[in-house]
Design a protein around this ligand. Structure first.
Ligand code: ADP
Ligand code: MG
Length: 368
């Protein structure tokens, strides 16, 4: 039995369908990320797992127990929110003890648990402070501490890092990952940040408009996105999409689209797609990192297509340089190492790694 099972979960607010039948499963010890744009239903689904929102239809199982009508406090879960919700007049120690106190956990056991969790989170020096005397990162750590002392079957996080500044967010992300590696509790982690999802999760559930788009390992989500939405949502800068046509010549299938100089680009497909492309029109998806400068040392490899394109904008970021290139009337973003990056105004000789290209059906927008 999976640690968490969600079967065809639906949620309506009046006539508004917020979740349209979601199926998900987390194995014991797994770290699942629920990711998607704001308003897609992530918090609603998490609140239904926690019992803070009712389930319109479907079933939620924690372990081998169907919990639809079980009260939140009896679900054996702990939740960490974006706002830390610490009691401002209590010390860190009292905040952590509060839940145990109300469950009548013996005092010596409380003390032992707080010591263990405080050591784990490295917040021992903070135990006698009040929340007002803590930084944002420290408060978030205490909020996690309060969840950890419960030793629940299931950890739920709802965008716990989104109030923190960028640097601290990255540090805390690593902390959460370390913590999960040490504690190994089943976790459902809601975020709108695809990098957080990619770096933390063993499996990612991508949601859009109340529907699950894909549920799979990060590598699969990134390299074989189920549809145009997932492909565009995961990855930054985004995957480039180019309306194109399939053509065949000399027994080789190629993807072709017009260039601005009046020529037609014809990029041979690396993999035979057989009869999966019923249509001749397709959407070609190429990630920015699968474009490179075609210089004299670039080996000619099967699946690597070449073309010359105008460079419109160059954006160095230090470690890498982004550039906007013109593919016909379409702008395409490439990601280059600074030493091979294009210069503004240059016509750049480009290699496209067609072995990594994704093809989508324009009518269903699904991966071919
Ligand atoms: P997310 O967490 O992915 O940003 P939410 O789960 O908070 O999204 O919200 C999903 C949708 O449900 C949104 O369109 C939101 O406006 C709507 N919604 C959330 N709570 C309520 C409510 N109590 N009443 C009506 N609509 C709600
Ligand atoms: Mg939310």
């Amino acid at each position: 039995m999976a640690s968490l099972t969600i079967r065809n979960a639906r949620k309506n607010y009046g006539a508004v369908e917020v979740l349209k039948g979601v199926n998900l499963e987390a194995e014991s010890g797994e770290f699942i990320a629920l990711v998607g744009p704001s308003g897609c239903g992530k918090s609603t689904l998490l609140a239904m797992i926690a019992g803070l929102e009712s389930v319109t239809a479907g079933e939620i199982w924690i372990g081998d127990r169907m919990v639809n009508s079980v009260a939140p406090k009896d679900r054996d879960i702990a939740m960490v929110f974006q706002s830390y919700a610490l009691y401002p007049t209590m010390t860190v120690r009292e905040n952590m003890a509060f839940g145990m106190e109300s469950r009548n956990v013996p005092k010596d056991q409380q003390k032992e648990t707080i010591a263990r969790v405080a050591a784990l989170l490295q917040i021992e020096p903070l135990l006698n402070r009040k929340p007002g005397q803590l930084s944002g990162g420290q408060r978030q750590r205490v909020a996690m501490g309060r969840a950890l002392v419960r030793d629940p079957a299931l950890f739920l996080f709802d965008e716990p890092l989104s109030n923190l500044d960028a640097k601290l967010r990255v540090d805390m992300r690593t902390e959460i990952k370390k913590l999960h590696q040490r504690v190994g509790k089943t976790t459902v982690y809601v975020t709108h940040d695809q990098i957080e999802a990619m770096t933390l999760a063993s499996r990612i559930a991508v949601m859009h408009q109340g529907e699950l788009q894909q549920f799979d390992e990060p590598e699969v989500i990134y390299n074989r996105p189920a549809n145009v939405f997932v492909a565009g949502f995961m990855g930054s800068p985004s995957m480039n999409f180019i309306d194109a046509e399939l053509s065949s010549a000399n027994g080789q299938t190629a993807v072709s689209f017009p260039l601005s100089d009046g020529n037609v680009a014809s990029l041979p497909l690396a993999n035979d797609i057989g009869d999966r492309a019923g249509e001749r029109r397709i959407i070609l998806g190429i990630r920015p990192e699968h474009l490179a400068r075609n210089d004299a040392d670039t080996p000619s490899r099967p699946g690597f297509a070449t073309m010359d394109v105008p460079v419109e904008v160059v954006e160095p970021t230090g470690a890498e340089t982004m550039a906007v290139l013109k593919f016909g009337d379409r702008e395409v973003v490439g990601r280059f190492s600074p030493d091979t990056a294009p210069r503004t105004g240059e016509t750049m000789p480009l290699v496209v790694d067609m072995t990594r290209a994704c093809l989508f059906d324009p009518s269903t927008r699904r991966l071919i």
